[in-house]
Design a protein around this ligand. Sequence first.
Ligand SMILES: *[C@@H]1O[C@H](CO)[C@@H](O)[C@H](O)[C@H]1NC(C)=O
Ligand SMILES: *[C@@H]1O[C@H](CO)[C@@H](O)[C@H](O)[C@H]1NC(C)=O
Ligand SMILES: *[C@@H]1O[C@H](CO)[C@@H](O)[C@H](O)[C@H]1NC(C)=O
Ligand SMILES: *[C@@H]1O[C@H](CO)[C@@H](O)[C@H](O)[C@H]1NC(C)=O
Ligand SMILES: *[C@@H]1O[C@H](CO)[C@@H](O)[C@H](O)[C@H]1NC(C)=O
Length: 231
Amino acid sequence: MAAKFVYKLLGTFLMFLVLQPFVTASKTLKLASLQIIEQGQHRGYGVPDAVGQPSSNDTGGRRGMFHLVDNYKFFNETPKWKNFPVTYGFVSNSRIPVGLDSRAVNDSVAAAFKVWEAVVPKFAFKKVEPGETANIKITFTKINGTYYGFGYAPPNGTLQLDNDHTNWSTGSAPARNQLDLQSGVMHEIGQTLGLDHSTDHSAVMYDTLIRGTTKRVLAPDDKDGITKLYA
Ligand SMILES: *[C@@H]1O[C@H](CO)[C@@H](O)[C@H](O)[C@H]1NC(C)=O
Ligand SMILES: *[C@@H]1O[C@H](CO)[C@@H](O)[C@H](O)[C@H]1NC(C)=O
Ligand SMILES: *[C@@H]1O[C@H](CO)[C@@H](O)[C@H](O)[C@H]1NC(C)=O
Ligand SMILES: *[C@@H]1O[C@H](CO)[C@@H](O)[C@H](O)[C@H]1NC(C)=O
Ligand SMILES: *[C@@H]1O[C@H](CO)[C@@H](O)[C@H](O)[C@H]1NC(C)=O
């Protein structure tokens, strides 16, 4: 009986020795996949091929007038900012797209932060220069493919906006071929605050923004997500 116990104990110990490297490896993998999440499909959201198709009538998502289901999502290990104000700014090599007015861009970005700021009492966002010193580092840059922006989770905080193939609108009514800058920035800010994509089609954190539309109001799902994350 005793021998059997010792044998079992030895077995467990050997098993531990064998598994230990895998446990370590899986931890590394998890970190690596967090990186991939930030760099890959989760760091931004793309304009779908069916650009211009109205999304508000699509029935694929779980949305309901009573908002019974939480569709928001956090990143692995729920990264978030610890100290407020959280600062933001444009990095030095940021180049706003030709044709866009610098003041209008600044106003759209400031308005996007204000919308998030209104939801969580401790939120405070402050613009600083240069953006390199900010928590949330905004840059207009050429983005490949169909993506128009990327937002990296804290503590990275990089917020990239396309200045190549995206026709941004800073007005109140984007044309059919234009993306609303404030809506896009609001989505990317959500990611730089620690919100991943939501499956709620009405959410700002839903992974797709439709050209010619605005989404400048946070959905209950967005508010629930950010409130819970920063509770
Ligand atoms: C949604 O459907 C209603 C009713 O069919 C229609 O009137 C409305 O224009 C649609 N909205 C969009 C954005 O397509
Ligand atoms: C917009 O913000 C940038 C970066 O902070 C600044 O350099 C620029 O002067 C601002 N534009 C206007 C019109 O205030
Ligand atoms: C964008 O595409 C070009 C050409 O294919 C490539 O050299 C570059 O590394 C890509 N940049 C990013 C950020 O993926
Ligand atoms: C954020 O992540 C990107 C991609 O991994 C990296 O290039 C950049 O240097 C990072 N920035 C900071 C401030 O960590
Ligand atoms: C962007 O869209 C507007 C409105 O449709 C259009 O007038 C403008 O020429 C477009 N800009 C570019 C660079 O395509």
